[in-house]
Design a protein around this ligand. Structure first.
Ligand code: ATR
Length: 273
């Protein structure tokens, strides 16, 4: 019988993870099947019990369960504890451990475009929601020279700084970020601006050519930020990489082997049309 894995969330209908993961399982010759399960918030406890009982090898967790699932797990890995959210559960003989592969996945995708040593990296992170928290923590672990975080609501950026960043990092206003944009060689947009409206999260007049600019949005494929940055000679990357590499790291946790991430990326791009 094929081992079961999957995704729980509410809603989950839009997810491309089944195609991406099943393609990778097939390519690796592994007998797993990945399905999506819509779980209402009121039914989360029951769903976790059910998946444990049915012997799922593990599963992914998405909105709105990333925090809510934590009390139902047996152990939470350090990264998920720091980030305060679980996106991957691994079932080892009935023991459920929660991990977070979102931040590390993002960084893995980003690093494909970074050709300078991390000690020289000066990173600007825009936004202070859940995605920013995961990315801030994972970026800090890579050891860049500095990370500056900015957000419309400064208190939220301050919270992430206190909980996930390092002493040499800083919180700056959006205005300061705009004015100091030449200082950064990596710029990451974690806000949802650009998804619904064709708008920049900040003005990019001072962006220098060669800066790596990454947006976690993949729909649209190229946000206003990526288009404007590209015009200024930046190296751009969209949110496909984060989706692919968080999934690739989950795959590895369930199976013990690394998937063909290029194939996963190809599948996602095909699905996006
Ligand atoms: P996620 O968990 O996906 O990261 P979130 O917690 O809703 O989503 O965070 C969304 C981010 O986008 C936040 O940084 C938010 O800014 P605030 O903290 O000030 O709310 C930012 N964001 C969303 N819409 C925005 C808008 N119209 N203008 C400025 N920032 C916006």
């Amino acid at each position: 019988m094929r081992k079961k894995v999957g995704l729980i969330g509410y809603p989950v209908s839009h997810s491309m993870s089944p195609q991406m993961q099943n393609g990778a399982f097939e390519k690796a010759g592994l007998s797993y099947v990945y399905d999506k399960y819509e779980v209402h918030p009121d039914q989360l406890a029951e769903a976790v019990g059910d998946m444990r009982e049915k012997g799922f090898a593990g599963w992914n967790v998405t909105i709105p369960h990333k925090q809510a699932i934590m009390p139902y797990l047996d152990e939470i890995a350090e990264d998920a504890l720091k980030i305060g959210a679980v996106n991957t559960v691994v079932n080892e003989n009935g023991k459920l451990t929660g991990y977070n592969t979102d931040g590390a996945g993002f960084v893995k995708g980003l690093m494909r475009h970074v050709s300078f040593p991390m000690e020289e990296a000066k990173v600007l992170i825009i936004g202070a929601g859940g995605a920013s928290r995961a990315i801030s923590y994972a970026m800090g672990k890579e050891g860049p020279k500095t990370i500056a975080i900015t957000n419309r609501t400064m208190e939220k950026a301050q919270d992430i700084f206190s909980e996930c960043l390092r002493d040499q990092d800083q919180v700056i206003s959006l205005q300061e970020a705009e004015e100091r944009l030449t200082d950064f060689n990596i710029v990451i947009n974690t806000t949802s601006i650009g998804m619904k409206e064709d708008r920049l999260p900040l003005r990019v007049n001072h962006l220098k050519a060669g800066t790596v600019v990454s947006d976690i949005i993949y729909n649209p494929f190229k946000t206003a930020l990526l288009k404007e940055s590209e015009k200024r000679g930046a190296i751009i990357d969209n949110g496909v990489a984060m989706l692919v590499f968080q999934g690739a790291l989950s795959f590895e946790k369930w199976t013990g082997v690394a998937p063909d991430a290029s194939l996963m990326e190809k599948i996602v791009i095909e699905e996006l049309g």
